[in-house]
Design a protein around this ligand. Structure first.
Ligand code: HPA
Ligand code: ZN
Length: 330
């Protein structure tokens, strides 16, 4: 794509990224071997060939299975460092990374192992090439609120040690039937504790879930949010509040949230004046990292260079960076 050098050179951040979704099939196989885990696929290619999704749940089944190879601190470090090296190559200046501790603690992996591996990679990237990063601990919405509260309590003793990284919480996994209200208490507790708040809403779930993520959870940023378009009053509110949406075009395509990329509403939302950003979600599963998401979207929706620059600027202003750092990047 002729805009590739331009997009590579844009100062930009990634704000919607599940670190477990960066596990490439090659690394899944390598970690399985290192940990003596038998995978139900004969080869890397067979695993990659299985990545044919019809909806969010069909993806989540493989995503949680893939994360089952993560056992040691080194595993979490290797996964994270592989992603950060790609972001360095793509001209990304800052990342806000979600991680799903419940996926690991349920298998007997200690939450401190998860934090330690992620943090070692993130601090190394910061110290060696100036890529900054924050962590958003994400609760799995298909599990109970009680489980989320227990997870929060397990993580809180680590807060001091990771104050430079762990700044907020998120909500992910199967959306339908798991509305934001289910997590009202845990979000209230997180708010009281001073955490920044994001939540997935309006990916497969209705616009009402976006509304309740704002009203009940007091989310400051909405992950996906593309179904907000179904509620004009909500759209006006998102515009006036400048609530950012972290949109993931290739994810929406692969999970059949849209049938074709040229039907994606990202350009419409951008024209309406929403603070839309482009992100990769689970790049190892959806066929492209951040720059690929920019370029595929530009191609499908005929985005211009100035529009791509706006999207990159939005990614900086929608981040949780201090204002001084935002200004330096803009
Ligand atoms: N939606 C919900 N949960 C997720 C996703 C997503 O796109 N990716 C990883 N967990
Ligand atoms: Zn997501």
């Amino acid at each position: 794509h002729h805009l590739r050098p331009f997009v590579l050179g844009l100062p930009k951040t990634e704000l919607h990224l599940h670190i477990e979704g960066t596990l490439e099939p090659e690394l899944i196989f390598a970690l399985a071997e290192r940990n003596g885990i038998q995978l139900p696929y004969p080869s890397v290619q067979a695993l990659r060939d299985a990545y044919q999704f019809t909806d969010l749940q069909s993806f989540l089944d493989l995503y949680y299975a893939g994360a089952g190879v993560l056992i040691t601190e080194q595993d979490f470090y290797d996964m994270t460092m592989a992603y950060l090296l790609r972001m360095r190559a793509e001209g990304v200046r800052h990342v806000e990374i979600m991680f799903d501790p419940q996926t690991h603690t349920v298998r007997g992996v200690d939450i401190s192992t998860v934090f330690a591996g992620l943090a070692r990679a993130l601090r190394e990237a910061r110290d060696s090439w100036g890529l900054s990063a924050y962590l958003l601990l994400s609760f799995l919405r298909h599990l109970s609120e009680e489980d989320a509260l227990v997870t929060l309590e397990q993580a809180l003793p680590l807060r001091e040690a990771y104050l430079d990284l762990w700044i907020g919480v998120g909500l992910d996994s199967g959306e339908r039937g798991n509305p934001p209200e289910k997590f009202a208490r845990v979000y209230e507790r997180c708010r009281t504790l001073g955490f920044r708040l994001v939540a997935h809403a309006g990916e497969e779930g209705p616009a009402e879930y976006v509304r309740n993520a704002l009203d009940v959870l007091q989310a400051e940023r909405i992950d996906h949010g593309v179904r907000s378009e179904e509620d004009p009053a909500l759209l006006q509110r998102l515009i006036h509040q400048r609530t950012p949406l972290t949109v993931c075009p290739l994810s929406n395509l692969k999970l059949q949230v849209v049938d074709e990329l040229d039907q994606h509403n990202l350009a419409r939302l951008l024209r309406l004046g929403l603070c839309v950003t482009i992100n990769s979600d689970d790049p190892a599963y959806f066929g492209g990292y951040l720059v690929e998401n920019y370029l595929a979207t530009a191609q499908a929706l005929n985005l211009t260079a100035p529009q791509l620059a706006t999207l990159a600027r939005n990614s900086i202003s929608a981040s949780f960076l201090p204002d001084a750092r935002k200004l330096a990047l803009l």
